[in-house]
Design a protein around this ligand. Structure first.
Ligand code: GDP
Length: 354
């Protein structure tokens, strides 16, 4: 399951700087051997100390964390929704993201021009929201005639039409599609419109070190995650060990970047389960509520198709009884079947037959 988060924001707020901080070797990636791909796409490990605890027990050849993919999406500005500037490419890129990370600027730097002329995070966020709304409005207005045509042939398009109109009406009041608390059926009815304002979003405040203790305004009722993007990016150029020392000397912990990745995970309703043995100790990403076969399917579709059962231990038991054999001896290794709802941190071993 590769999940992808698009980094958006007005020009010069520090998007690319944040992207560098997240993806270069001295950044979050420091603790894991990682290869990065395209210039604007980077896989970032989801920090999880439980992996290290499992590895202490199984001494695997490899440790593989779960990953979140960040995409640096350039080109959002007032007018992007109408395809101005890099607008069209921007819209195509952002449609592919599962969630949106909106960066707003708090750092003051006379040398770096602010597009709106002043530091105004709430105003910047409003501009971003309106651009996303305008883009979705255009999408729906383009789709309406088609939906109405289909409806004449097929009554099942009624719901789609009704939801599309409801979402449009929400836009007039400045509400994102996500703000309308649509039912599951309603969401599914308009799924194929791939609306940008259906994507969950989180906010990053790009601050200077001097602003670490400041109070930040809420954006749409949500707290922003403060990050010193420039400092983090500088640190990411160093060797991991050097970066750690320098970070300590600045009184800066990794909390900003780590929180961002964790928050993204939470926002998307995701959790991890583990597999662990001599070969590798690995975290796998699943939606909260996933049942055992679905979890198995993340490893390989054969595992889901031929699922028989899963030997399962909780993370706490696995550590307390020092691995699978210890759990088995202590009666802590459960045999779970198809209906088992996987819990965060479960250590699982699937039995399957295809
Ligand atoms: P983008 O257009 O949003 O991708 O912005 P960039 O990441 O390219 O940053 C624009 C400029 O702002 C660059 O010159 C950065 O060095 C600078 N910058 C980014 N983050 C910070 C920060 O936290 N503090 C300061 N002082 N400058 C920053």
């Amino acid at each position: 399951m590769s999940l992808s988060i698009g980094i958006v924001g007005l020009p010069n707020v520090g998007k690319s700087t944040l992207f560098t901080a997240l993806t270069k070797k001295g950044g979050l990636a420091a603790d894991y051997p990682f290869a990065f791909t395209e210039t604007n796409i980077g896989a970032v490990p989801v920090p999880d100390t439980r992996l290290d605890a499992l590895a202490q027990i199984d001494r695997p050849a490899k440790i593989i964390p779960a990953t979140v993919e960040f995409v640096d999406i350039a080109g959002l500005m007032a007018g992007s929704s109408r395809g101005e500037g890099l607008g069209n490419k921007f819209l195509a890129n952002i449609r592919e993201a599962d969630a949106i990370c909106e960066v707003v600027r708090l750092f003051e730097s006379p040398g770096v021009m602010h597009v709106a002329g002043k530091i105004d995070p709430v105003g910047d966020a409003e501009t971003l929201k309106l651009e996303l709304i305008f883009a979705d409005m255009a999408t729906i207005e383009r789709a309406l005639p088609r939906i109405e045509r289909e409806l004449r042939r097929d009554k099942s398009y009624e719901l789609k039409l009704a939801v599309a109109k409801k979402v449009l009406a929400g836009f007039d009041e400045g509400l994102r599609a996500l703000d309308l608390s649509l039912s599951k059926e309603e969401r599914e009815a308009i799924y194929d419109l791939h609306l940008l304002t259906m994507k969950p979003s989180l906010y990053v405040a790009n601050i200077d070190e001097g602003q670490l203790d400041a109070d930040f305004p809420l954006i749409e009722g949500k707290p922003m995650i403060p990050i010193c993007a420039q400092t983090e990016a500088d640190l990411s150029e160093l060797d991991p060990e050097e970066a750690r020392e320098y970070r300590e000397s600045l009184g800066l912990d990794e909390s900003g970047l780590v929180r961002l990745v964790r928050e993204a995970y939470r926002l998307l309703g995701l959790q991890s389960y583990f597999t662990s043995g001599e070969k590798e100790t690995r975290a796998w990403t699943i939606p909260i509520g996933a049942k055992a076969p679905q979890a198995a399917g993340v490893i390989h579709s054969d595992f889901e198709r031929g699922f028989i059962k899963a030997e399962t231990a909780s993370f706490a038991d696995y550590v307390a009884f020092k691995g699978e054999a210890g759990c088995r001896a202590a009666g802590k290794l459960r045999l779970e079947g198809k209906e088992y709802v996987v819990q965060d941190g479960d250590v699982m071993h699937f039995k399957f037959n295809v």
